[in-house]
Design a protein around this ligand. Structure first.
Ligand SMILES: Nc1nc2c(c(=O)[nH]1)N(C=O)[C@@H](CNc1ccc(C(=O)N[C@@H](CCC(=O)O)C(=O)O)cc1)CN2
Ligand SMILES: Nc1nc2c(ncn2[C@@H]2O[C@H](COP(=O)(O)OP(=O)(O)OP(=O)(O)O)[C@@H](O)[C@H]2O)c(=O)[nH]1
Ligand SMILES: [Mg+2]
Length: 456
């Protein structure tokens, strides 16, 4: 990775669109701009002005497209380098030709995420903010988007900075006593160090406790609908989607393949899976459907066990229930519009149950609430201040910092040597600093940015 070369990429999605944008960043951006773009008003390009003109191949004078373009001089740009953007007509071929022209004039094709990586390397944003840019693009619900925007604005980074500052301060105190051993470390000094680290730990614990919410918002959850044939599983899927997605008939064994759809339940991005009704059958196709349904159980974040409340709980229900012992489970007592007949056996009493009618829609809002409440615990999700960690990378780094600090605090209590305490603090600082990228090795950066899209 050469940080001084000039990179170029198409920053709009592939396919035909109204406008397509080619973005160039680096030392040669301005020269390439002058070479291939002619503004109609003639004269040079003033930074941060949007010009109308033509993109022309200077070799043969061929006009490639009429377009709008802007040069943003360093450091007032996304990457803090010179950036040149060409906004041409959004046809795949046109945009490709403009890109090729940039490459012919000395730019190199950008790696995925490389513009944002440069914004990070040049200090405009930290690593959490860089990751949040990707999360903004891939957000699957409004709440997830809000969280990502808060991270982009630096709310999470500021919290991490506080931890870092407290630890650094504690380290400075410890090191002062290492350097001047003649000054005895009194109780007051010890307790001041202890308090600093304790306050950092509290912020870490808070962030860690928000991780489950942050992660499900970012990644979404998978919800599997399971039950006997004719319990009303496909009717429930259709009801939740507000659409006639799956075939519903009165014939048991209607659904065979897994039917997967995505939707949003109270801000939670959900992959909803309908499956074949589970029973003993000689029908080969149905057997395969049932096998696929059972296969999905271990991967599901939540299983909706649908029962027909107008029939009694029978042995088939019992067998299905027994197969769900390891799963997070909500019992759905469907067909509440019919005279009730179902009585749950003793061993099912611990299961949360929601009576609904997929037919009339009654109880379905309550079911949505229950699904959300299984996953979103933070009451602050709707608030303007809602901030949480949402990536395993952040979580793992903070867990490791937390366990080092715990050892540190015990060390203070049993009066471990100061040198050892300092080692712990430095190690904790490194873990915390890796979240915002202050101490993140290059190979980790490679992994992070390679998951970005091209042109970002
Ligand atoms: N056309 C276009 N739209 C875009 C972007 C872009 O690069 N180009 N963005 C990106 O993908 C996002 C906007 N983000 C941006 C963030 C910072 C700067 C920027 O130039 N920041 C400078 C200060 C600018 C100034 O002083 O005028 C800085 O922070 O140093 C530009 C875009 C979304 N929309
Ligand atoms: N009265 C009433 N009938 C319902 C309700 N939900 C589903 N049904 C009926 O029950 C029958 C089976 O519905 P489906 O949604 O196909 O059931 P399923 O669980 O997907 O069945 P399989 O795909 O065969 O496993 C259909 O005739 C539906 O109209 C309900 O809430 N009330
Ligand atoms: Mg079905």
């Amino acid at each position: 990775m050469y940080v001084h070369d000039t990179i170029a990429a198409i920053s709009t999605p592939p396919g035909n669109g109204g406008i397509g944008i080619v973005r160039i960043s680096g030392e040669q951006a301005a020269d390439i701009a002058t070479a291939i773009f002619k503004p109609v008003c003639n004269g040079g390009l003033i930074s941060h002005r949007f010009y109308f003109g033509v993109v022309t191949d200077p070799m043969d004078g061929d006009v490639i497209d009429e377009s709008m373009a802007v040069l943003m001089r360093a450091p007032r740009s996304y990457t803090r380098e010179d950036v040149f953007e060409i906004h041409c007509h959004g046809g795949m071929l046109v945009v490709d030709q403009v890109l090729s022209l940039c490459l012919k004039h000395g730019a190199r094709l950008a790696d995925p995420g490389e513009f944002t990586r440069r914004a990070f390397l040049n200090g405009r944003i930290d690593l959490v903010q860089a990751e949040s840019v990707m999360d903004i693009i891939s957000s699957k619900s409004e709440a997830a988007l809000r969280l990502a925007q808060h991270q982009r604005e630096g709310l999470l980074s500021r919290r991490i900075e506080e931890i870092h500052k407290d630890l650094l301060h504690a380290l400075a105190l410890v090191e002062a006593y290492i350097d001047f051993p003649e000054d005895d470390l009194g109780e007051a000094d010890l307790s001041s160090i202890f308090d600093r680290v304790q306050s950092a730990r509290i912020i870490i614990d808070n962030l860690l406790s928000g991780f489950d919410d942050g992660r499900v918002l970012r990644e979404g959850i998978s919800v599997l609908i399971i039950g006997k044939p004719n319990a009303g599983k496909s009717s429930l899927l259709n009801r939740l989607l507000n659409e006639n997605r799956a075939i519903v008939t009165h014939i048991p064994g209607t659904t065979r393949d897994i039917i997967e759809e995505t939707l949003n339940i109270g801000g939670l991005p959900v992959r909803l899976l309908d499956s074949a009704g589970i029973r003993h059958t000689d029908d080969l196709v149905e057997q395969e459907g049932i096998r696929r349904a059972l296969d999905k159980i271990p991967q599901a974040d939540l299983v909706l066990f649908v029962m027909d409340a107008s029939h009694s709980f029978d042995q088939e229900d019992q067998l299905i229930f027994e197969g769900l012992k390891e799963s997070r489970l909500i019992g759905v007592l469907n067909k509440s519009d019919l005279p009730p007949k179902l009585e749950l056996p003793e061993y099912c009493q611990g299961m949360t149950c929601v009576p609904i009618s997929a037919h009339t829609g009654e109880g379905v809002d309550l079911l949505r609430d229950h699904i959300c409440r299984c996953f979103l615990h933070g009451s602050a999700i709707d608030s303007r201040e809602f901030i949480a960690i949402s990536r395993a990378r952040h979580h793992d780094a903070l867990v490791s910092a937390e366990s080092i600090l715990q050892r540190f605090l015990q060390g203070i209590q049993v009066k471990v040597e100061l040198e050892l305490l300092a080692v712990d603090l430095r190690e904790a600082l490194r873990a915390v600093g890796s979240v915002t990228g202050q101490s993140t090795p290059d190979d980790i950066l490679d992994v992070i940015f390679s998951s970005f899209c091209i042109g970002k």
